[in-house]
Design a binder for this molecule. Sequence first.
Ligand SMILES: [Zn+2]
Length: 337
Amino acid sequence: MLCVDFLNTLYKLEINRTFIEHQKKYAIKKLNKYTNINMKNEKKIDPFGFREYDARWLFPESINELGIESVGKGFGTQVVKKNKSPTVIVGHDYRSYSENVKKNFVKGLMSTGCNVKDIGLCLSPTVYFSQFKLNSDAVAMITASHNENGWTGIKMGIEKGLTHCKEEMSDLKDIVLNEKFVSGSGKYEEIKEFNKVYIKELTKNKLKKKLRVVAACGNGTAGIFAPEILKGIGCDVIELDCNLDYTFPRYNPNPEDMEMLHEIAKCVKENNADVGFGFDGDGDRVGVIDDNGNEIFADKIGLLIARNISNTHKNSKFIVDVKSTGLFASDEILKKK
Ligand SMILES: [Zn+2]
């Protein structure tokens, strides 16, 4: 760039403009050529993108297409080591570049011998559900969850209903960075309209009493699921930012973010709703607001669910996450059951 800037300065000084103009064009061309070579032919992966339970990068700043392909090869290698000729289900969230990221990830997966079933635009829970419904050996979801536009990421799992744990993530990082890939040749299949199967399953049970509900999606992917599912079980739904827009013009789809929670609370009060739900970008987290506009913390919601499940499953064990308080252990109703 220095060279172009220097020529610009000379241009301003009006020293032989035709010559300078020619030199400037040449310098820009050379610079672009160099950048393109770097972008297209050199793999870029920031090792810090491999996190404890999933992976996340700025695309294409911290990982490029070739980098994503390598992560696909790495995950494929892990899957092939566990199952011969395995099937892997993939899906993606709604961002301008998610399909492109998925395409490169799939390319990597197939090169290791994994057969790919692509369910398209969906939520992370849709992918986990599909593993049981379509009986696959592994799943991968291209999503940056609640992160702002510009981020991409991958949530992966091999065991049914489980995502990669710490050890599996560090194994993946080692395979990818040291290129310890296996090779094979997998097939590709597009599964059309799987979202309808998912929505049908979730609307099987209906509410006994009609509820007036605010569904807030922050313009994330959950917008094409949450209102339909809530209506399907018998709710009267007030939609808040449910149209898809990956620029997230109002706020990030993050139900832990006060901005989103305040908007939901306002909407609940204005519409006299019974409850408000705020979903994150890929629909695997929810924030709940009561009829007075107050946030109900996650462990209280967990306790309500646990009490409900304990009616049908006596003497069951409940696993709660590290963020929960002692509420579960001290609850008298839960103790009795
Ligand atoms: Zn999420």
